[in-house]
Write a protein that binds this ligand. Structure first.
Ligand SMILES: C[S@@+](CC[C@H](N)C(=O)[O-])C[C@H]1O[C@@H](n2cnc3c(N)ncnc32)[C@H](O)[C@@H]1O
Length: 216
């Protein structure tokens, strides 16, 4: 049976700003908990305000590893002013651009999980290039253009250890299901076609793949 988070973690997740439904969150938590047994860090691309980070942080805490979360905190295309997923509260009035970092820090503090997370502010491909160690878990939930989703995959999948889990959010095989595009779906197909990954779970738009071979 899949390991579930404690009720206070579920409550913190549900109270946090963000886009992930509870069912996908529980599947993400189960995958992160399993991957954390490898004893390696858990990596997330796409922190936003910390909703999914709460789950990774708690899974990391239980296993004694760290959750690492990467975001430039300026928002994805569909979160900019005038777009469907824009939240005016995320705009820094002084700078005139989105800045989700303060909300993220408040979210993590309220959940009591600050000590288990390393937050990196930067562009995913740049951070990936500077990253040197193996990872037990890579969760891709960043930009939804082909450029960004492909950059996340190409940047981070090579760091995923054998047996580690690659989780991709917003995988929509049918284009009518989604307004933000099918780039995550194409990345998912590419990972399977590489022969390096085997699918182990699918919950709504979340896909969990295990590294079972070399390459990307
Ligand atoms: C869909 S949101 C993440 C949602 C979050 N995981 C949650 O559960 O609420 C996508 C995030 O990816 C970030 N992002 C988009 N492209 C990025 C890139 N190239 N590098 C770093 N962060 C990026 C955006 O700033 C945004 O906060």
């Amino acid at each position: 049976m899949a390991i579930a988070p404690e009720p206070e973690i579920v409550a913190a997740f549900e109270a946090a700003k963000g886009f992930m439904p509870k069912g996908e969150g529980l599947a993400l938590y189960a995958a992160a908990t399993e991957a954390a047994t490898l004893g390696l860090p858990l990596l997330e691309v796409g922190t936003y305000c910390g909703r999914s980070t709460i789950l990774l942080a708690d899974a990391a805490r239980r296993a004694g590893v760290s959750a690492i979360t990467v975001d430039h905190h300026r928002g994805s295309e569909e979160q900019q002013p005038g777009w469907e997923y824009h939240d005016p509260e995320t705009v820094d009035p002084e700078v005139g651009r989105m800045d989700t970092l303060p909300t993220f820090r408040r979210t993590l503090h309220a959940a009591g999980l600050e000590d288990h997370v390393i937050a990196i502010v930067g562009r995913s491909p740049q951070v990936a290039k500077a990253w040197g160690g193996p990872l037990g878990f890579v969760f891709i939930d960043g930009g939804h253009t082909d450029e960004h989703a492909t950059g996340d995959y190409e940047g981070w999948a090579p760091h995923l250890a054998d047996g580690g889990l690659l989780v991709i959010h917003d995988v929509f095989p049918d284009p009518v299901d989604i307004m933000t595009g099918q780039a995550p779906y194409r990345v998912y197909l590419r990972a399977l076609e590489s022969g390096a990954f085997t699918e182990v779970a699918a919950v709504d738009s979340l896909r969990v793949l295990r590294r079972t071979g070399a390459g990307t």
